[in-house]
Design a protein around this ligand. Structure first.
Ligand SMILES: NC(=O)c1ccc[n+]([C@@H]2O[C@H](COP(=O)([O-])OP(=O)(O)OC[C@H]3O[C@@H](n4cnc5c(N)ncnc54)[C@H](O)[C@@H]3O)[C@@H](O)[C@H]2O)c1
Length: 364
């Protein structure tokens, strides 16, 4: 059985995000009830296919005449135009109709990539997300952003395209490597910071002894986190206002990821460190946020930022290259207090340089 979150995308359109265990039967029934059952495209992450292919095939074979799979090699380097056009080729050559559904089964890489394929083929075929990482369940499968990376930057090509349903089935999390749990944790901590401080106590309980072995126990927190993202993105569908709050810690994180050549630090590690910078800047602008809310989780991570050096001016200047910069002014999501985010623009960079200094000391 699942718990569902309704997501309103326009005044007339909406879909459900279901969160629970063993949801594929429900997913298969939903698809069969709503779309053509002659064919089903399944675009699936390599690791997910390795661990869960029989679970997926046994459920969908009951309802669909043909399951047509495309296995995507793991990793961010596969989220580019080449992989995109290879999947588009595959889908078109396999014969696709407007009503043929496409399942995106994987983490954010497969979700973003195949979401963009679904948006593009025949100007849009039905997309269903089956997120299989913690991050994808609480973040990337929600909000309708799809796309691929370009050599000049991440996520620069894409489209807003809403799925017909999302099934966050924690059964998949049983095979999720520890570092990927931790990667997803940062976004959940971010929700604690910008909206729901009760999340910190829940996370302490769930990560006690670094135990990620019981995905079922995470269902309420996944549902709460997904609900927070839903609430923010439905109030700002095309990212022109409060959706910016989701970037708490991310402007620092993008610089950290870039300095680590997008391989030394995971996005989650960079966001975790970035939130310490953002708390410091918040406190310097009048808040009094307790660092321990975040730093209590530091032992789950293994982050050393020595390779960033100590040129805080350069790091601050790199923030100006963030794609969300407007008029060459650094805009940061800060907190007035826990649960009360605010966007501030900085012409003077001293305060930000100071926050980098604090951040680098924390992770040296
Ligand atoms: N669209 C959005 O709004 C949005 C939001 C945040 C992030 N993103 C994107 O999401 C991507 C990151 O997503 P991610 O962290 O899920 O990474 P990912 O998709 O690369 O998955 C991480 C790793 O986990 C493996 N994996 C996935 N599910 C597994 C499972 N159940 N068992 C075992 N292994 C499994 C994958 O093979 C991969 O090695 C980035 O490209 C980022 O840009 C998009």
């Amino acid at each position: 059985m699942s718990d569902s979150i309704p997501v309103k995308t326009t005044s007339t359109d909406s879909y459900l995000i279901s969160v629970g265990e063993n949801l594929l039967k429900e997913a298969s029934n939903f698809l069969a009830d709503n779309f053509s059952t002659s064919k089903l495209f399944v675009i699936i992450d390599e690791q997910v296919y390795r661990h869960h292919s029989s679970y997926i095939e046994s459920e969908f074979e009951k309802k669909f005449s043909r399951i047509i799979k495309y296995v995507v090699p793991s990793g961010e380097s596969n989220k580019g135009m080449e992989q995109f056009s290879s999947i588009v080729d595959f889908v078109l050559k396999s014969g696709v109709e407007r009503s043929t559904p496409l399942l995106a089964v994987g983490g954010g890489v497969v979700g973003d990539l195949s979401g963009f394929v679904a948006a593009s083929v025949l100007r849009g075929i039905p997309l269903i997300h089956i997120p299989t990482t913690l991050l994808a369940m609480v973040d990337s499968s929600i909000g309708g952003k799809t796309g691929v990376n370009h050599s000049t930057g991440k996520n620069l090509i894409g489209a807003f395209y809403q799925p017909k349903a999302v099934f966050a089935d924690v059964t998949f999390l049983k095979s999720l490597p520890r570092e990927e749990w931790v990667n997803g944790l940062s976004e959940i901590l971010k929700y604690g910071m910008i909206e729901a401080p009760d999340i910190f106590a829940q996370l302490k309980e769930l990560t006690r002894n670094s135990n990620f072995a019981k995905p079922k126990e995470w269902i309420p927190l996944i549902k709460q986190s997904a609900g927070i993202k839903v609430d923010i993105v439905t109030r700002d569908v095309r990212e022109s206002g409060i959706r910016e709050f989701l970037n708490f810690g991310h402007t620092y994180a993008h610089v950290i990821e870039q300095k680590g050549s997008y391989s030394k630090y995971s996005h989650g590690e960079a966001v975790f460190a970035g939130m310490i910078g953002a708390i410091n800047a918040s406190n310097k602008t009048g808040a009094s946020i307790d660092y321990s809310l975040i730093s209590d989780f530091k032992s789950l991570y293994d982050i050393n930022l020595d390779i960033l050096g100590n040129n805080t001016k350069e790091l601050t200047e790199l923030m100006l290259r963030d794609k969300k910069v407007k008029n060459q002014t650094i805009r940061l999501v800060l907190l007035e207090e826990i649960g009360k985010p605010v966007v501030k623009s900085f012409d003077e960079t001293n305060l930000i340089e100071e926050s980098w200094k604090h951040l680098l000391t924390e992770f040296s």
